[in-house]
Design a protein around this ligand. Structure first.
Ligand SMILES: [Zn+2]
Ligand SMILES: [Zn+2]
Length: 132
């Protein structure tokens, strides 16, 4: 177990979680695109019981049925994703983490929503929607 720290763009929210991550992937779904204002979001999945907010208040947003996303209300950084389909897990945006040894990404998901102008440049498995 190793502690991974993270913070939002404006530093008002600081958090930590215990690694290693269970999974990590690139998500191209439209919800992630809109939440982040970006064509793709890299996520890492951790055990929710190890997630601790050290400073600040995450603003929680029920973004679709059964799904709660967390972001900073001040700077807008997308921080977390939780689904009732995966209780006990929390996904954190890879790029709010401070870990220099970033998790190895394992897949591209929801590529049905991927903008045509964004090319995938690696050999990771590609899923049109979710895995499984
Ligand atoms: Zn912030
Ligand atoms: Zn997504």
């Amino acid at each position: 177990m190793s502690t991974v720290s993270g913070h939002c763009f404006c530093n008002s929210i600081r958090f930590e979680v215990q690694g290693p991550e269970k999974f990590a992937c690139f998500c191209y779904c439209e919800s992630c695109q809109r939440a982040a204002g970006a064509p793709v979001v890299a996520w890492a999945t951790y055990s929710k019981s190890t997630f601790r907010i050290l400073q600040g208040d995450i603003h929680w947003h029920r973004s679709s049925p059964g799904v709660t996303r967390g972001h900073c209300a001040t700077c807008g950084s997308s921080i977390s994703y939780e689904s009732e389909k995966r209780p006990g897990e929390i996904d954190l945006t890879l790029n709010t983490l401070e870990d220099s040894s970033l998790p190895k990404l394992k897949a591209h998901i929801w590529t049905c929503d991927k903008p045509a102008w964004l090319a995938i440049g690696d050999d990771l498995p590609v899923y049109q929607r979710n895995i499984g």
